[in-house]
Write a protein that binds this ligand. Structure first.
Ligand code: HEC
Length: 301
């Protein structure tokens, strides 16, 4: 019975849920992944317009709001990838919270529908609910929502403005190359769609790091998405974090942007708090160390 229940949760949303089904997802948002660990400040302009269809008056020039963003399983990872696009059934939810009173004012959401539903903005259906999630106050091809979100074509019409190294509520810690800090001469985040990776790692002294906050102490396995051109494999790489170290040998994947997910070790956090993960090359037998698209720390059950 329990297994069946979990299975049902993991399934993507149906293409066109009823209002009741949509409300249920919002009510049960604790089952979604929270993609912002803490409430984030909303820009005043967005605060006034994001959800204007509900008839709510803006809070005044110094008013304002904070927000949290949630996503279902298929929506969580693409949010951290500047080029990531979302499969049908992806659901994103933004909870708007009053800065002064901490009360939920409303929810805005985006549901990825079937191809051709709303091609101007990536086939997203927009929706809004009231703060107590008692009713859907608008849904469909809402022009007001599309008028802003069509600026974000690169990210499949999702702003991703708040995406930074973070621990999701489900436990995964997502460290994408686009948010790495790079030290050295050549190593850099290469931002083109076909690259979208830490690359140009021709100087083995260069290194990169991520800073993030650990909410849940425990043991995590380190997953890397690495690519490496023909004949350049064999570099020794070290990941350093929380006074521990995991080493691995880069695998030749035939092409630097041919990324392969590999589990390269484990790391234990004894306590919650800020951490940094460093990635360094110990050797470079070929043309470059590797391309590194992302690192994800996955809690070990
Ligand atoms: C004034 C421009 C603007 C309008 C209009 C707007 N949004 Fe947004 N939206 C944003 C921005 C900017 C963000 C990033 C979070 C933030 O800064 O508030 C965002 C974030 C979101 C998110 C989180 C996913 C993401 O894109 O990062 C959802 C869901 C969302 N908006 C839904 C809606 C819906 C539904 C409407 C229409 C009722 C709407 N938005 C209208 C600008 C807008």
């Amino acid at each position: 019975m329990k297994a069946l229940f979990l299975l049902a949760l993991a399934l993507p949303l149906q293409a066109a849920p009823s209002d009741e089904e949509l409300l249920k997802f919002v009510k049960e948002r604790a089952k979604l992944e929270r993609l912002t660990p803490q409430p984030v400040d909303m820009a005043a302009k967005v605060s006034m317009l994001c959800g204007a269809d509900t008839g709510r008056k803006p809070e005044g020039p110094h008013g304002g709001a904070k927000f949290l963003v949630y996503g279902n399983d298929s929506a969580a990872m693409p949010v951290f990838d500047p080029w990531g696009s979302f499969p049908e059934g992806s659901l994103l939810l933004k909870e708007k919270i009053g800065r002064e009173d901490g009360k939920t004012q409303l929810f805005t959401g985006m549901l990825k529908r079937e191809k051709g539903y709303f091609p101007e903005v990536g086939d997203w259906e927009f929706f809004v609910t009231d703060g107590t999630v008692s009713k859907i106050t608008g849904r469909g091809r809402i022009a007001n929502c599309a008028s802003c979100h069509d600026d974000y074509e690169k990210g499949d019409y999702v702003t991703k403005a708040y995406a930074s190294p973070a621990q999701l509520s489900g436990g995964r810690i997502v460290l994408h190359s686009s948010t790495a800090q790079v030290q050295g001469e050549k190593l850099q985040y290469e931002s083109k769609k076909e690259k979208n990776t830490l690359g140009f790692w021709v100087n083995p002294a260069d290194w990169a790091s991520w800073h993030f906050n650990v909410a849940k102490p425990g043991t995590y396995s380190i997953h890397v998405w690495q690519g490496c051109g023909k004949g350049s494999g064999g570099s020794e790489v070290e990941m350093k974090c929380a006074g521990q170290s995991a080493k691995f040998t880069v695998e030749d994947t035939g092409h630097f942007q041919n990324f392969k997910e590999r589990e390269v070790g484990k790391i234990t956090f004894d306590k919650a708090g800020p951490q940094a993960l460093e990635v360094r090359a110990l050797s470079k037998p070929g043309a470059a160390v590797m391309d590194l698209r992302q690192v994800i720390l996955v809690p070990v059950k």
